[in-house]
Every structure is written in structure tokens, then in C-alpha cells.
Write a protein that binds this ligand. Structure first.
Ligand SMILES: NC(=O)c1ccc[n+]([C@@H]2O[C@H](COP(=O)([O-])OP(=O)(O)OC[C@H]3O[C@@H](n4cnc5c(N)ncnc54)[C@H](O)[C@@H]3O)[C@@H](O)[C@H]2O)c1
Ligand SMILES: O=C(O)C(=O)C[C@@H](O)[C@H](O)[C@H](O)COP(=O)(O)O
Ligand SMILES: [Zn+2]
Length: 368
């Protein structure tokens, strides 16, 4: 008999509710996946880095009697565009798959976001399952159903809300993850503490050194707590009409950096790390955070190995140009996620333009 996963959480969305299983070795638990397949037809979507590491194990665990195909995409954020979605659709049609097929995303957030988007549109909606293999995708992108691709003018500008049927998180897959990617994922973990749960932030401060050294028990706990917060927020506001926007803390600045520098030059998590510190500094200028609070944010972001300075060639106007296109804005008014205090984020249109511009002008810059 198979062992139970270490943790199970649920994203409560009525008839579209789904489980998140977290634990080491879950890539071998094809039985958990089989329960959620729409039919016999299975398309695994992965990339050239992840396929040699985990594709065979996943296929073997799915067992007999299925029609399993695969599409192996190029790697990287720069591949997160419509042409890659076309390749997934081509593979599905080539295989003759119908509406009762299931797409499985095996990889990081780029693969997860694209597989979900391809599934959302395929024959007006096919089932999909997330098997996330980076820290970032395990704590954030695999949960909540935001799917999509980038446009040269802006991050995630084309997409759909489309929920997976299952999120299967094998924490052992983090052993092969490069340290830079671990840091990037840690940015989104820190985000939950900053926006929702001060006690989680304190726990991260106490344990960051061990987490960055891949302590398995602590990482499992960080992933569980992160997914629990995300599942809670998404269950309250699936399509970002209100509270879900708080999950965008640091992203207005971060997406501006990613778009400006060219996708993949700054990792998403790196840009979010710097963006969260910028949000903290602006919150202090609004009179909400103290300078000790900002120092606290700066310290944990640095401890996770994330950059603090903005790109040296990005001026105030570059930031503002990208921020004007942000999806949260309403009728041309800039909406930001700032911190009222540590552990409590707010959506605001109140930041004065002059204060924002001054903050951006004096922000430290460096080359990468
Ligand atoms: N949908 C959401 O809610 C949401 C949330 C956060 C981020 N995102 C998106 O996620 C993307 C970033 O995801 P990411 O940080 O996972 O990047 P990624 O998908 O590019 O993966 C990072 C790198 O790690 C490699 N990799 C993956 N698993 C590995 C493993 N186990 N061992 C070794 N290498 C491995 C990948 O091939 C890639 O080179 C961005 O596009 C971002 O916009 C989406
Ligand atoms: O799930 C959410 O909601 C988030 O905002 C999570 C973010 O970490 C993630 O980067 C998301 O893709 C950003 O969404 P966008 O709507 O700002 O493109
Ligand atoms: Zn993010």
C-alpha cells in the first residue's frame, strides 16, 4: 500500500475544488494523478531541462492503460509566449486528443502557466494537473489558476483563469534546483509573510539559513504554509476582484523590471524581491512602515540571496511607463499593493505621484 503524502490541503472553490498534495517522492505517486484524469488521453508538457530529470519517473508512475504523449518545450521565461502555446495545441491535435484529455504540467512556473492556458482554450477547456518542480511553482504558480503568457509590452498580458484538478508537489525535486532559482522562489515565500502573516515572516527570519541549505523538513513546512495562505486567498476571491490583488505585492515594480530588461534577464522572483522592498520603502514614505520595518524587509530579502538594487539602466520614466500598463490599474489610475504594517498589505491608489517618482529616482541601481 502507498504511503500518504506528508501534507494535504484543499483549494475550496465549490465544484472546482482540488487537492494540493505535498511531500518527498510524490513524482512516483501516479495513483494520485490517475484519480483526477478526465480520460485515457494524457499530454505531459515539460521542457528540455526538466524532461531528463523527471519525465521518465512520472510516466512510469502513471502505469498501464493510458495513451501518454509528451511535448518538450525549450527552457526559459523568454519562451512564455503564444508560439509555445501553439506547439502544445499542435501536439494535442497531432495526437488526435479530444476534450476528455488531460494536460499535465511538469516543470516550473513557465511550464505551469503555459500548460494551463493551453488547456483552458483547447476545445474550449480541457483538464489539467500541476506537477510543479521549482520552489516558486510549488509555493505559488501551481495554485490558484492564473494561467497565461507574456507580451513584449507586458507580463502575463494574455491569459485565463483556469483551475487545475490537482497539484502534486514533490519536495524532493528541489534537490536539483540551482541556488539562484531557490532564491527566486523564496521571494514569493517571503511575500506571504509580508502581506498576510507576520508570524510566518518571523519563522522565515529564524530559519532562512537552514531553508537556503535545503533542510527538507523546514522546506516542506514553508511550502505547506505558503500554499495554505494562497489557497485561503484564492478561495475568497478566485478572479481577483478584491483581496487576491494582495498576492501582487512587489509585482507592479517587479513586472516593470522583467519587461524592461527583457524576459529571463531578471528572474521573476528576483524582480519581485526587489519590488517588495520598493513597496516597503514607499509604504514608509506614506507613514505606514517605520524605517526599522523597511530594514527588516531588506534584511530577509538579502538573506534569501535576492537583489536589492534596481537595474542600472532603468530610469524613473522606464518604471512609470511599464507600471501604467499594470493589470490592476482602473481607468488609468495606478493601483499599488503596499504594506499598512508587516503582515498586512493593502490595495491603494493613494500614493502621491511625486512621492513615487522621488522614491524611484533615489533607489539604488546596479548592474547584474
Ligand atoms: N500563475 C501564477 O499564479 C504565478 C505565480 C508566480 C509566478 N508565476 C510565473 O512563474 C514563472 C516563474 O516560474 P519559475 O520561477 O518556476 O521559473 P521557470 O519555470 O523558468 O523555472 C526556473 C528554471 O528551473 C528549471 N527547473 C525546473 N524545475 C527544476 C528542477 N527540479 N531541477 C532543476 N531545474 C529545474 C527550469 O527549467 C528553469 O530553467 C514566471 O513566468 C511567473 O510569471 C505565475
Ligand atoms: O496568484 C496571484 O494572484 C498572484 O498575483 C501571484 C503572483 O505571484 C504571480 O506572479 C501572478 O502570475 C501575477 O499575476 P498578474 O495578474 O499580476 O500577471
Ligand atoms: Zn509572482
Amino acid at each position: 500500500m502507498s504511503l500518504a503524502p506528508a501534507h494535504r490541503l484543499d483549494v475550496a472553490l465549490g465544484e472546482r475544488s482540488y487537492p494540493i498534495h505535498i511531500g518527498p517522492g510524490l513524482t512516483a505517486r501516479g495513483d494520485l494523478i490517475r484519480e483526477h484524469l478526465a480520460g485515457r488521453q494524457v499530454m505531459i508538457v515539460t521542457n528540455t531541462v526538466v524532461a531528463p530529470l523527471y519525465l521518465d519517473a512520472l510516466k512510469a508512475s502513471l502505469g498501464e492503460g493510458l495513451d501518454i504523449r509528451e511535448v518538450i518545450l525549450d527552457d526559459g521565461e523568454q519562451t512564455k509566449h503564444m508560439a509555445s502555446i501553439g506547439l502544445i495545441w499542435d501536439a494535442l491535435l497531432e495526437a488526435g486528443f479530444n476534450r476528455r484529455c488531460t494536460l499535465i504540467a511538469l516543470g516550473g512556473g513557465v511550464i505551469g502557466d503555459m500548460t494551463g492556458f493551453a488547456a483552458a482554450c483547447y476545445q474550449r477547456g480541457a483538464a489539467f494537473i500541476q506537477v510543479p518542480t521549482t520552489l516558486l511553482s510549488q509555493v505559488d504558480s501551481s495554485v490558484g489558476g492564473k494561467t497565461g503568457v507574456n507580451h513584449p509590452r507586458g507580463k502575463n498580458m494574455l491569459g485565463a483563469f483556469w483551475q487545475p484538478r490537482l497539484v502534486l508537489i514533490d519536495t524532493a525535486s528541489l534537490k536539483t534546483l540551482p541556488q539562484r532559482e531557490l532564491s527566486a522562489g523564496m521571494a514569493e515565500v517571503i511575500k506571504y509573510g509580508l502581506l498576510w502573516d507576520e508570524s510566518f515572516l518571523s519563522w522565515l527570519e529564524d530559519n532562512m539559513t537552514a531553508l537556503m541549505a535545503l533542510d527538507e523538513t523546514l522546506l516542506g513546512e514553508a511550502i505547506r504554509r505558503s500554499c495554505a495562505i494562497k489557497a485561503d486567498v484564492v478561495a475568497q476571491d478566485e478572479t481577483e476582484q478584491g483581496v487576491r490583488a494582495l498576492l501582487n505585492l512587489g509585482h507592479t515594480f517587479g513586472h516593470a523590471i522583467e519587461t524592461d530588461q527583457g524576459y529571463g534577464v531578471w528572474l521573476h522572483g528576483e524582480a519581485v524581491g526587489t519590488g517588495m522592498l520598493m513597496a516597503a520603502e514607499l509604504s514608509a514614505r506614506m507613514g505606514w512602515l517605520s524605517s526599522a520595518d523597511v530594514e527588516r524587509v531588506s534584511h530577509i530579502i538579502a538573506k534569501a540571496g535576492l537583489p536589492l538594487a534596481a537595474p542600472e539602466d532603468m530610469g524613473v520614466e522606464d518604471f512609470l511607463k511599464h507600471m501604467q500598463l499594470d493589470k490592476k490599474n482602473v481607468d488609468g489610475r495606478l493601483r499599488l499593493i503596499l504594506l499598512e504594517r508587516i503582515g498586512r498589505a493593502v490595495i491603494t491608489e493613494e500614493a502621491p505621484a511625486g512621492v513615487l517618482a522621488d522614491m524611484l529616482e533615489h533607489w539604488p541601481r546596479s548592474s547584474r
